[in-house]
Design a protein around this ligand. Structure first.
Ligand code: NZQ
Ligand code: ZN
Length: 396
């Protein structure tokens, strides 16, 4: 581990079937006023809403609600929710939903007592909160983002089409506790489940494809990827397989709670490309990443060849016998492509309605990143989006 670092993750996790019961232990630690945040209604259909509100009532909480938090939560919604939480004098924000609801709750938590405009302060200037942050707790219902155990929050400015994430430095932004019941994810559509699986995979790739040092984090990353590939195949065949779904849930949490980024550089270019597409088209997060990944990784492969060889051998069991490094690395990406097609992710950005005439604007919306093997200039960003317009084909 050549890099120096501090590691502290204060989120307490309650994992497993019926772990919601632990809300009874957590809720008394906070004041009476709770703001319950949720999305477009899935928790009402699958019964989670009733279970949560019953516990809130039994714990004597005075509850206000912010409902209708959309996937890719917007700035207008942030202003609306901040107002509700402020008026309710929130002591705790309880997020019940996926990454969008968790991210949104964190954004509200840092905005309630903020005298500045939260978009300008947190998402344009990337400043840290200098006000009291409302504690956030989560009950996770959609797996992928890792938002349940990190300080990230992604908000979309629907007017400018900018989708920007801020990973706050302050540990106080991280959820104080999170309930992870794999059963709660069983009502997800296959599209959302698969999108989440690819999001997890890409979070690991973003932290793996960088640096040439010998780092424990990379070995953990390989283990997480192998587990995810294995469980994803089972889950796609049988979405009700508890063991596979619980492994995927746990992998998601560890893929993006900062552990595997420790002591090394990280990339995040695929996320910047995907977020540009997401801000522009409002497409599903994990699918936007899948649609740009192969074009990007094939482009940077020569610049990080040894890591791509290692990826092929250690993650995809590619045989190296009689092959050049380039050949091994290409075979690894071909295996990854086969797996992506097998689980059914979106393979090109045309599927979101993007055409060649949108590429300049997409490039403008893409934030540059420095940590990967080949930082991209504007022409290269356009080249990768252009490649991503088509179903990316290789000859096996
Ligand atoms: O709104 P409802 O009705 O609840 O429906 C949601 C939503 O339509 C549905 N859903 C969630 N749980 C369900 C369910 N449907 C049936 N049964 C359930 N149990 O799923 C849909 C998608 O939910 P969403 O929360 O948007 O998905 P996800 O968890 O992928 O979150 C995406 C957001 O997180 C951000 C993304 O950019 C995007 O805005 N990210 C956050 C990160 C972080 N905090 O570190 C990192 C990620 O890279 C990502 O950028
Ligand atoms: Zn992601």
């Amino acid at each position: 581990m050549l890099g120096n670092f501090t590691y502290c993750n204060p989120t307490k996790l309650y994992f497993g079937e019926d772990s919601l019961i632990n809300l009874n232990e957590e809720l008394p630690k906070y004041g009476k006023n709770v703001v319950l945040v949720y999305g477009g209604g899935s928790i009402k259909k699958n019964g989670i809403y009733d279970k949560v509100t019953r516990i809130l009532k039994n714990c004597g909480k005075d509850v206000a609600e912010i409902s209708g938090v959309m996937p890719n939560p917007t700035l207008a919604k942030l202003y609306e929710g901040t107002d509700i939480a402020r008026k309710h004098k929130a002591d705790l924000i309880l997020a019940v939903g996926g990454g969008s609801v968790c991210d949104y709750s964190k954004a509200v938590a840092v905005s309630v007592n903020c005298s500045d405009d939260p978009w300008e302060k947190y998402f344009i200037r990337f400043e840290e909160p200098d006000c009291k942050i409302i504690p956030v707790g989560c009950v996770l219902t959609m797996v992928g983002t890792g938002s349940e155990m990190n300080a990230g929050s992604v908000i979309t400015n629907e007017k400018t089409k900018q989708k920007i994430g801020h990973v706050f430095a302050s540990e106080e932004v991280m959820p104080r506790f999170t309930v992870l019941d794999p059963r709660y994810t069983m009502t997800l559509t296959e599209y959302q489940m698969v999108s989440g699986i690819y999001d997890i995979f890409n979070h690991i790739c973003e932290q793996y494809f960088s640096g040439n040092d010998d780092n424990t984090s990379d070995y953990i990353a390989e283990g997480l990827m192998r587990s995810l590939i294995h469980s994803s195949r089972i889950a796609v065949n049988d979405p009700q397989d508890y063991e596979a779904r619980s492994n995927i849930m746990w992998t998601a949490t560890w893929a993006l709670n900062t552990l595997i980024a420790k002591g090394k550089s990280t990339d995040w270019t695929v996320h910047m490309l995907g977020q540009a597409v997401g801000g522009y088209t409002n497409a599903t997060h994990g699918m936007t990443l899948a649609a740009v990944s192969l074009a990007y990784y094939r482009y940077i492969m020569p610049y990080g060849l040894d890591k791509f060889v290692r990826f092929a051998e250690n993650v995809w069991n590619v045989s190296s016998e009689g092959k050049s490094k380039e050949h091994i690395a290409e075979d690894g990406l071909a295996e990854m492509e086969k797996w992506m097609q097998e689980i059914g992710v979106v393979m090109n950005i045309s599927e979101f309605g993007v055409t060649e005439s949108d590429l300049e604007k997409l490039a403008e919306l893409t934030l540059p990143m420095e940590g990967g093997y080949k930082p991209l200039n504007r022409d290269e960003v356009i080249k990768i989006f252009n490649e991503s317009l088509r179903i990316y084909q290789v000859n096996y």
